[in-house]
Design a protein around this ligand. Structure first.
Ligand code: HEM
Length: 129
């Protein structure tokens, strides 16, 4: 089989040089935000456990959360969660057939999910700082 295929075909599998459609960007962001959210569950449970352990534990957890780095991590977590929920709702709407399965609707809903997530991310920043 392989011998029939012309060897001189233009092949480009370098993802960095391919102009990605917005739906592809929305898709990879959904996977990345899902993984970040998964890791966040561990971090947040650790913080909750500390804050509930004792009065000192609560004080310690509060102090940790005053630092810029900790706030930045929390902002990242909320941003990832916000995007994951927007992308997730988009997926559910598509699965239930509420969104037309066309390229135009796919592009529009992907853009909308990203725009809403950016707004939520800014709001999360305002809430934290
Ligand atoms: C603790 C909270 C959550 C975690 C850790 C989490 C994590 C993940 C991960 C790792 C994936 C797989 C992504 C992939 O294979 O590309 C995923 C997919 C998905 N998540 Fe979440 N998720 C969470 C909450 C949510 C919420 C609240 C929604 C609802 C809006 C949601 C909707 C979805 C959907 C619809 C998919 C499948 C997307 C697809 O078919 O490509 N998730 N999630």
């Amino acid at each position: 089989m392989g011998k029939i295929v012309k060897k001189q075909r233009p092949v480009n599998l370098d993802l960095r040089t391919i102009n990605q459609p917005v739906s592809a960007i929305a898709s990879i962001l959904h996977r990345i935000s899902g993984i970040i959210t998964f890791i966040a569950v561990g971090i947040l449970l650790w913080l909750l456990g500390m804050s509930l352990s004792s009065q000192e534990g609560f004080q310690h957890a509060s102090e940790i959360m005053t630092g810029f780095f900790a706030k930045f991590i929390l902002w990242g977590i909320l941003t990832a969660l916000g995007y994951h929920i927007c992308g997730g709702i988009r997926h559910v709407l598509m699965d239930f057939g509420f969104l037309e399965e066309s390229l135009a609707t796919g592009k529009t809903s992907a853009k909308l999910a990203i725009v809403i997530a950016v707004i939520l991310s800014i709001l999360a920043g305002v809430l934290i700082w």
